[in-house]
Ligand binder design. Structure first.
Ligand SMILES: Cc1cc2nc3c(=O)[nH]c(=O)nc-3n(C[C@H](O)[C@H](O)[C@H](O)COP(=O)(O)O)c2cc1C
Length: 424
């Protein structure tokens, strides 16, 4: 079997699809046995520009590809003749009870993957007993989402140069009763995704001839978009002085990610927020040590799904060394590359208490809105439950290194830098 050539969805498949936008629909979303099938439906139903936005990484996409490819190295230990009846997947993440150790990661422009995408995904997550994270770069605003769902959700913050706007976002998240703030640290400058540059990505899409031609082949998506008023970055639009139209909005956004963000700013935001804080985008032992010392409720070992530092290691490779350095001092979660319940099991076995999923639920959303996200969660839950059982585990909280055959990493991780604190 050939190794996957591009993108996580090919993981475990013999052949890459020639052009995933052109393959015929094989089944309904409810019949999809695995996440890869939801991907195929998603590829058919969403315009190329937004499909490409999701299904790529930065620059050469090496880290994007490695995130999923590296998973297979971690072999699970097969155990037999143990009572594995009535398996328990319920646990907690940052003190919240979850029906399985999974939270939905923040995804920018989610409302472009499916009309009202944030509302659909959040409702599916909440009905499933899982947290949903709303991105700063969402289409649906914090207030709008709060008015359309029944329980608190999490809010993800990108710190902007306009610190007044960042403070305002924190205050808005508090007012909307968000139950945790997810502070993303790995996007101080933007890693380029060549496909987005070529496609002229924008929300809403520019009506160029190729875009119109492609959208005409996606009638379901078009009908949805025509039926909603949510088509641009509503967290920003109307909240920033001098941003009144699409041109000023995109200029503002492109120049706003703050390259000066440092650990003292993180501490400042922690105090300003005052609630549960999750630090996302850590993929290095030294950074994990500093983050744990700041008193965060959890850290997410993440490389932004391979969308930022091209050449960074797969997160699953970094998880073990990070757990060895700070396990027990802070809750550790993993994202980037999770496409199966077996991947969730690998992360837990390495010592993570939870995971976040990105593309796995975006595929479901693009394929069938709320029902598609529910299907994606169902698939992951069943796969995790069966995998736990075949590893001889009944309770997700008992999963650990004893469930793994550890591979030798393809690189050496430097020991923790004891002087790191002084240098930061
Ligand atoms: C289309 C897309 C948009 C994203 N937007 C954001 C964002 O707005 N904020 C953020 O912190 N992370 C963002 N991420 C990263 C995800 O939160 C998460 O770290 C990543 O998707 C995990 O990798 P996976 O997709 O392989 O599961 C985005 C990822 C994708 C695929």
């Amino acid at each position: 079997m050939a190794l996957p050539k591009a993108g996580g969805f090919l993981y475990g498949r013999p052949e890459p699809l020639a052009n995933p936008q052109d393959v015929p629909e094989p089944m309904t979303p409810a019949q999809a046995p695995e996440i890869a099938d939801l991907h195929d439906l998603y590829a058919r139903r969403v315009p190329k520009m937004f499909y490409d936005y999701c299904e790529t990484g930065s620059y050469t996409t090496s880290t994007f590809i490695d995130n999923t490819a590296a998973m297979a190295k971690f072999r699970l230990r097969q155990r037999v003749a143990r009572n594995i009846d009535q398996r328990i997947l319920q646990t907690t993440m940052a003190g919240e009870t979850v029906s399985m150790p999974v939270a939905l990661a923040p995804i920018g422009s989610l409302g472009m993957q499916h009309a009202d995408g944030e509302i659909h995904a959040c409702r599916a997550a909440q009905k499933f007993g899982l947290p949903f994270t709303l991105s700063t770069m969402s289409i649906c605003s914090i207030e709008d989402l709060a008015a359309n769902v029944s329980k608190p959700f999490w809010f993800q913050l990108y710190v902007m140069r306009d610190r007044g706007f960042a403070a305002d976002l924190v205050a808005r998240a508090k007012a909307a009763k968000c139950s945790a703030l997810v502070l993303t640290l790995d996007l101080q400058v933007l890693g380029q995704r060549h496909k987005d540059t070529k496609n002229g990505l924008s929300s809403p899409p520019k009506l160029t001839l190729p875009n119109i031609m492609n959208m005409m082949t996606k009638p379901r998506w078009c009908m949805g978009m025509l039926g909603t008023k949510r088509r641009t970055f509503d967290n920003i639009f109307g909240h920033v002085k001098d941003v009144g139209d699409m041109t000023s909005l995109s200029e503002w956004t492109n120049h706003q990610f703050d390259p000066t963000l440092d650990w003292s700013s993180v501490d400042f935001i922690r105090k300003q927020w005052g609630g549960k804080l999750i630090l996302k985008g850590i993929n290095d032992v030294d950074d994990a040590v500093i983050a744990a010392g700041l008193g965060a409720d959890a850290i997410v070992v993440s490389n932004h799904g391979g969308r930022q530092l091209d050449g960074a290691p797969a997160t699953i490779d970094m998880l073990g060394p990070i757990v060895d350095a700070v396990g027990g001092k802070v809750e550790i979660w993993l994202d980037s590359g999770i496409r199966t319940g077996m991947d969730i099991m690998r992360a837990l076995a390495l010592g993570a208490q939870g995971t976040m999923i990105g593309r796995a639920y975006v595929y479901g959303l693009g394929a069938a809105g709320e029902a598609g996200v529910t299907r994606a969660l169902d698939i992951l839950q069943k796969e995790l439950s069966v995998t736990m059982g075949l590893c001889g585990e009944r309770d997700v909280k008992d999963v650990g290194r004893h469930n793994l055959l550890m591979p030798t990493l393809p690189f050496e991780v430097p020991p923790p830098d004891v002087k790191a604190k002084k240098r930061r």
